[in-house]
Design a protein around this ligand. Structure first.
Ligand code: KIV
Ligand code: NA
Length: 283
């Protein structure tokens, strides 16, 4: 199948078709996302939470992200690959931002990078990265890398003043040359207004149904952590399309029981044999 490019994405957006994006962090998840015909595959820094078990996205490093990018890139043949710039690798100055973004393409095999926030400094970083020749996806609303100043994972733009600020940031990121924007955890009507005001697509998560597309986290949409005793909760806005966690648990328990009962491997899964005379000659 032909690779998804910025031109493909642009065309779909202009024809009013919804864009689809899902995260993936390794070879098998990328194969699954790609084979499902998802347009954009995001190697998100959410990997810090759903794969590494951290409580926030802050601890993941650029080098760790690159390992995930490389593995995911090997599994995707069609999807447009976006890699998250992790916390700490693009905020200090524009040179850092450009250097980090270049690594995501040269080493990670990504097609584009995503960065969080719409402050003047972030907009400057986005512009410099685009000028270098790396496509940039913006991300406004709830920006999990700012959890320290936000004070938790809370919905954003709940009051008009804040909503206007998010709208301003979105427009500034568009002027900086971003090809699309993630809108996270803002009221649907605000996301709809932002989407209407832009000429680039918006990809919503917890932002209602009037964005130009939607994104969900792989492990959340698959119900990977759906065990009742597990501390990690699936976000309110996430529809679980499967309970993969239960399937995995059941399989692992069955395997344990089979081995303990000597039902596995048995003759069926013991393929390597040797003739009886050879065995006798060993004695
Ligand atoms: O890291 C991530 O998974 C993301 C999406 C939620 C947009 O940034
Ligand atoms: Na992210």
């Amino acid at each position: 199948p032909a690779r998804v490019t910025l031109r493909t994405i642009r065309k779909k957006y202009e024809q009013g078709e919804q864009l689809t994006m899902v995260t993936a962090y390794d070879y098998p998840s990328a194969v699954h996302v790609d084979a499902a015909g998802i347009d954009l595959l995001l190697v998100g820094d959410s990997v810090a939470m759903v794969v590494h078990g951290h409580d926030t996205t802050l601890p993941i490093t650029l080098d760790e992200m690159l390992v995930h990018c490389k593995a995911a890139a090997r599994g995707a043949r069609r999807a447009f690959l976006v890699g998250d710039l992790p916390f700490g690798c693009y905020e200090t100055d524009v040179r850092d931002a450009v250097r980090s973004a270049v690594r995501m393409l040269k080493e990670g095999g990504m097609d584009a990078v995503k960065l969080e926030g719409g402050s003047p400094a972030r907009v400057e970083a986005a512009r410099a990265i685009v000028e270098t020749g790396v496509a940039v996806m913006g991300h406004v609303g709830l920006t999990p890398q700012s959890v320290s100043v936000i004070g938790g994972f809370r919905p954003q733009a709940q009051v008009a003043e804040e909503a206007l600020r998010v709208l301003d940031q979105a427009q500034a990121l568009q002027r900086a040359g971003c090809f699309a924007l993630v809108l996270e955890c803002i009221p649907g009507p605000i996301a709809a207004a932002i989407t209407r005001s832009l000429t680039i697509p918006t990809i919503g998560i917890g932002a209602g149904g009037e964005c130009s597309g939607q994104v969900l986290v792989y492990h959340d949409l698959l119900g990977m952590m759906s065990h009742p005793h597990h501390a990690k909760v699936t976000p309110k806005f996430c529809k679980q399309y499967a309970q993969v966690g239960e399937t995995i648990s059941a399989a692992l328990q069955q395997y344990r029981q089979d081995v303990e009962a000597r039902a596995f491997p048995g003759p069926r899964f013991s393929p390597y044999t040797i003739s009886h005379t050879e065995v006798l000659s060993l004695a």
